[in-house]
Design a binder for this molecule. Structure first.
Ligand code: GLU
Length: 480
């Protein structure tokens, strides 16, 4: 019988959910789906000072938005302290851990000395030799792991391959601090063992922790899971994502915070597709449905180099999924983006008609809302290039004649509007429809590109279209 696949995502709720973090969640989730496994969420909140409820909510919200459904959990490490304590006691009683009473100041000074001499600092194990029954009274102590003398020379990583282990770094590391709080490296082993995690898939910023953790599994007599360390997610310039550069990222259309992608108007599956493909490949295929990802994703095809974010590719994917989305869904999704622009509306039939042509043009929902603006608000200015090109003397005649037509036409009938425009073109502009349509388009939208003008007119309706044409005529008069 093959081992049951159990994977986990283990974020620390100490700020916004990081885009690299959610990529780890996606890889784990897809692996679980492909191998009929279980995806577990564990909130690593032992650092009580830095962990917040808002950050937990944000993690849960973002996972929900991205349809990363949780099979088990969320477990909270802060609620599992007894389990950690019982493991500490076991390790102490088995002589695999010991109390260290060395003063923090002394250790800090020794570390400084080592650093100055450019030597890797390790604890000198002074307390290891101490009789465990000898209790030096009320002095504070930490619990240290008694690192075994024999350390394997490497471990095999499912992504990184053979990873050498530097035995000089195998310190007697701290399992629990002097205030009793257990450390990350300790809790993660107890939890992964307790939750029967088969594959630890995480960012390769943890790769140096793995040998330490492996030794602890062995000391506790637990099976060691398989490890897969994912290359990190880097910014468009190839360097590590940096909070200080968030403004720059936003201008490009990316962010470190997952929540911002939603605010910028990306569709959840576009982000999932993008992040899954960042560092993983299946031939040169770029577009994957969720089902395809769940059937195809595997660690074998995850590369070893950092995933460099490419905002253009993300927008390209988003544009693709916008085109595919149905109008009713898009209308619902664009409402909050319109609201941000001061436009209060609901996802009614008119909005569905508006998003239909815009989804062919917009790259994000925010862009779609911007493009939809003139359907709700008359232009306050006209594109200057458009004015130069189209608000010429002949535009007077064109706009006046169109105005007359629109006064009586069946304004809901796009075909009737088009026929009227064609007739006018024949009469006024030698059948050049653009010469009639463009001044009207500029008058109605303020710009020279828009979806079908006849659709725009039928959506705006008679009163609004006429008012906008009047205003443009005034503008032309002032210019003349
Ligand atoms: N809480 C750790 C982090 O957010 C989890 C690391 C792990 O997956 O072991 O980086």
């Amino acid at each position: 019988m093959t081992e049951k696949v159990r994977v986990r995502f283990a974020p620390s709720p100490t700020g916004y959910l990081h885009v690299g973090g959610v990529r780890t969640a996606i890889f784990n989730h897809l692996l679980a789906r492909r191998l009929n496994g279980t995806f577990i969420l564990r909130i690593e909140d032992t650092d009580r000072e830095r962990s917040t409820d808002e950050a937990v909510d944000q993690i849960l919200d973002s996972l929900k938005w991205l349809a990363i459904d949780i099979d088990e959990g969320p477990y909270f490490q802060s609620q599992r302290l007894e389990l950690y304590q019982s493991h500490i006691e076991r390790l102490l009683s088995e002589g695999k851990a010991y109390r260290c009473y060395c003063a923090a100041d002394d250790l800090a000074a020794k570390r400084k000395q080592a650093e100055a001499a450019k030597i890797t600092y390790t604890y000198d194990r002074a307390c290891r030799k101490r009789d465990p029954d000898e209790d030096p009274g009320q002095r504070p102590y930490v619990i240290r792991f008694k690192s075994p003398g024999e350390v394997p020379d490497h471990f095999d990583d499912l992504i990184m391959g053979r990873m050498p282990i530097d035995s000089a770094k195998m310190d007697d590391w701290v399992l629990a601090r002097s205030n009793g709080s257990p450390t990350y490296n300790f809790c993660v082993v107890v939890d992964d063992a307790d939750m029967k995690i088969s594959h630890v898939v995480r960012g390769n910023d943890h790769v140096d922790n793995t040998p330490k953790q492996m030794l602890l599994y062995q000391a506790l007599g637990y099976p060691v899971p398989s490890f897969a360390h994912m290359p990190l997610t880097h910014g468009p310039d190839g360097s590590k994502l940096s909070k200080r550069r968030e403004k720059e990222y936003r201008e490009l259309g990316i962010s470190i915070s997952v929540q911002e992608y939603r605010n910028m108007g990306y569709l959840p599956h576009a982000l999932v597709n993008y992040l899954a493909r960042l560092g993983w490949s299946h031939g040169d295929q770029e577009i994957f449905s969720r089902k395809e990802l769940e059937e195809l994703f595997g660690l074998e095809h995850v590369g070893k180099s950092a995933g460099v974010m490419n905002p253009d590719k993300l927008k390209w994917l988003n544009a693709h999924y916008l085109k595919q989305a149905d109008d009713a869904e898009l209308a619902e999704l664009v409402v909050p983006f319109l609201k941000e622009r001061g436009i209060e509306t609901v996802a009614d039939d008119t909005l569905r008609r508006i998003v239909n042509p815009l989804k062919e043009r917009a790259k994000t929902l925010a862009e779609m809302a911007q493009m939809a603006e003139y359907f709700f608000k008359a232009p306050t200015q006209y594109d200057p290039k458009g004015v130069k090109k189209w608000f010429k003397p002949i535009a007077f005649e064109v706009l006046r004649r169109v105005k007359t037509q629109l006064e009586t036409l069946d304004i809901t009938n796009e075909q009737a509007i088009e026929d009227a425009f064609r007739l006018l073109a024949e009469e006024l502009t030698d059948t050049k429809l653009g010469k009639v349509a463009q001044p009207v388009r500029l008058a109605l939208t303020g710009v020279t590109f828009s979806p079908s003008l006849f659709l725009v007119i039928s959506i705006l309706g008679r009163t609004e279209s006429l008012a906008r044409i009047e205003r443009a005529l005034l503008e032309l008069e002032n210019k003349a």
